[in-house]
Design a protein around this ligand. Structure first.
Ligand code: FE2
Length: 373
């Protein structure tokens, strides 16, 4: 039934998207970042571009697990825009690439409806076929690359050579990108929600106001937009006024503008995934043990052993359709900017509203330690 509904929606979809194609981070040292994602998160190295492939100014490592592809890119030459991006923002997400059936058509449709061009459509090819790419700008300096790859059989994109991990990589069960969240400046949330509605034909799924998401000190507002088939979900956050600096303001100050706050990755077995990630040294936000005292009263019966969830500090929330399990990493670079969420959905299609308070208090404790509260 789920599938039928999705197909029915996509028949009238004004901006068809097949899924997330890849997520590209601009980083200071792609070689070392690639090792981190392999060793800590169990991603496999699948492709590379750099001087050896004729790319003299920049180097990229492509990592994959499940349907997720991460691209880690660094500049090789002085004054390159990627280097400037890293100087300004630190390591961060530059591209949320969308897999589309027709990149040229999607680009022109978006630009006609008001999108700002990042780059015009162009086609690249190698002996594995051809790919057409186009780019439109979104919040901050973030870009949506539109990727049309129906005529391509290679590992990633033309210009990349296949490359595999030098050490054995053990995946941790990461499956696909569930949602990607943006932080925007105060007053900008509705503008970007309207952008996704008007330009990309997204629907407004959920609104959270500062009454839903506030603690003693800080508050934020959030709206979630989703594309026609529901495969792409973009929550957009903006700070709301509180007694102290909100986590969104801290992000915007440290990232020096709007940008991607977190990427939520789905797993089918969060206990296994988080256990493996913890064993490899991934740091997660800590939620105090009292959270577990009444969690079952709040969410009702669940399949998982609550003691295991408590041991791993995994959070639970329920909505009308089911429940979900989730946990958040600490920022994955020294600036308190982008982080990951690990999520397992058991029916629930929401975002863990019941956990917001506990989570934000956890984030504020970290902010306090950084002297940013
Ligand atoms: Fe999330």
């Amino acid at each position: 039934m789920q599938t039928a509904t999705k197909e029915a929606i996509s028949a009238t979809d004004t901006f068809p998207i097949l899924g997330t194609d890849h997520i590209e981070f601009y980083v200071g040292n792609a070689k070392q970042s690639a090792m981190y994602y392999q060793a800590a998160f169990g991603y496999e190295l699948i492709a590379y571009r750099g001087p050896e492939t004729g790319s003299r100014d920049l180097v990229s490592y492509v990592l994959a697990q499940g349907k997720i592809r991460l691209v880690l890119t660094s500049a090789l030459s002085y004054g390159h825009e990627i280097q400037e991006h890293v100087m300004e923002h630190g390591d961060g997400v530059k591209v949320l690439a969308l897999w589309v059936p027709d990149a040229t058509q999607a680009y022109h449709a978006a630009v006609d409806r008001g999108a700002v061009s990042a780059f015009e459509p162009y086609t690249i090819e190698d002996d594995q076929g051809k790919v057409t790419l186009a780019g439109i700008k979104t919040y901050g300096e973030t870009v949506h690359t539109l990727v049309e790859r129906k005529d391509y059989n290679g590992t990633f994109l033309p210009g990349y050579m296949p490359m595999s991990s030098k050490r054995k990589v053990e995946p941790v069960g990461l499956k696909y990108v569930d949602h990607s969240v943006g932080n925007v400046e105060l007053g900008d949330m509705n503008r970007w929600v309207k952008f996704y509605q008007d330009v990309l034909g997204f629907k407004l799924l959920i609104t959270f106001d500062d009454k839903d998401i506030s603690t003693e000190y800080t508050a934020l507002m959030s709206k979630v937009v989703s594309n026609g088939n529901g495969y792409i979900k973009f929550p957009i956050n903006e700070p709301a006024s509180g007694l102290k600096k909100s986590q969104i303001e801290e992000y915007i100050e440290c990232y020096r503008g709007a940008g991607v706050q977190h990427i939520a990755i789905a797993t089918d077995d969060i206990i296994h995934t988080v256990d493996a990630l913890r064993n490899r040294g991934v740091d997660f936000l800590y939620v105090p043990e009292v959270y577990y005292d009444d969690v079952l009263d709040r969410v009702g019966e669940i399949d998982e052993d609550i003691l295991e969830l408590k041991r791993l500090n995994i959070l639970v929330d329920r909505d009308d359709e089911g429940y979900l399990l989730q946990i958040f990493t600490k920022p994955i670079q020294d600036r308190p900017t982008v982080f990951f969420e690990i999520i397992q959905r058991k029916g629930a299609q929401s975002f863990g509203k019941g956990n917001f308070k506990a989570l934000f208090e956890a984030i504020e404790r970290e902010q306090g330690l950084r002297g940013n509260l």
